[in-house]
Design a protein around this ligand. Structure first.
Ligand SMILES: [Zn+2]
Length: 241
């Protein structure tokens, strides 16, 4: 049986002599591993369909849950992501979050749209740190792990100072925090609250200093590391920017 799906390449790795294994993030089926035959030959017409962040209409042949690439009609190459190293790492944070933190075969159309919007913002020269922060805060919310800065996750007190407490798995107040908690500065609380509430179309109008963005990303990184698994590109991004 053949399927057609709109999908984005998250990762591609060499396989056998001339082939590649491509991990797609698709609108209709979530993550799918696809065997792309012969794409490393110099004459290969479908080489472009295995480039990371290629977005297109993919036609796949399916046999017993095993997918092979038939054709691809490219809708967007997102080529500009490769022209700036910080931008590239930011896009990789998005890809790594999808690779590590979403289940294979599980589709999420709202998240799919958010991914495309985030990548488009990166291509449009919006601050990569800001785009990464917006994406990860939205991603956590849609996954049911929203970082809620409006109140203490234990007692409900709506007052700063606030702390990130991995023992409680979220944001807590000064009364509820354990010795493992790290304080969250008021400027990070307001930055994250604002960024999380804004649409991707308005992101270019936001001005946040690099220091605040990095501080906010470090907080999100700590939270994701403890709640799920660490995102290596996020650490790289913070070092590079
Ligand atoms: Zn509390």
């Amino acid at each position: 049986m053949d399927i057609t799906t709109r999908a984005l390449v998250l990762r591609a790795t060499d396989y056998k002599e001339n082939d590649m294994m491509v991990l797609l993030y698709s609108l209709e089926h979530g993550k799918i591993s696809v065997h792309a035959r012969g794409v490393r030959k110099s004459s290969a017409k479908l080489k472009f369909a295995t480039d990371q962040f290629c977005f297109g209409h993919y036609e796949l042949a399916e046999t017993k849950g095993y997918y092979t690439l038939k054709t691809c009609q490219q809708l967007e190459s997102f080529f500009a992501l490769r022209e700036d190293v910080v931008c590239y790492y930011s896009a990789n944070c998005i890809a790594e979050a999808l690779i590590k933190l979403t289940a294979e075969g599980q589709s999420d159309s709202a998240l799919f749209v958010e991914v495309l919007r985030a990548l488009q913002n990166l291509c449009d020269n919006v601050d990569p740190l800001l785009v990464t922060l917006r994406f990860l805060l939205g991603f956590l919310q849609s996954a049911g792990f929203k970082l809620d800065f409006s109140q203490c996750s234990v007692c409900g007190k709506k007052q700063q100072p606030l702390f990130l407490d991995v023992q409680h798995g979220g944001v807590v107040c000064d009364t509820c925090c354990s010795e493992m908690a790290v304080s969250i500065s008021p400027r990070v609380v307001s930055a994250c609250t604002m960024v999380a509430s804004i649409g991707y179309d308005k992101l270019k109008n936001i001005k946040l200093s690099k220091e605040i963005c990095k501080e906010a990303l470090n907080l999100v990184s700590r939270y994701i590391s403890h709640s799920f698994v660490p995102l290596n590109s996020l650490a790289e991004l913070a070092k590079l920017a």
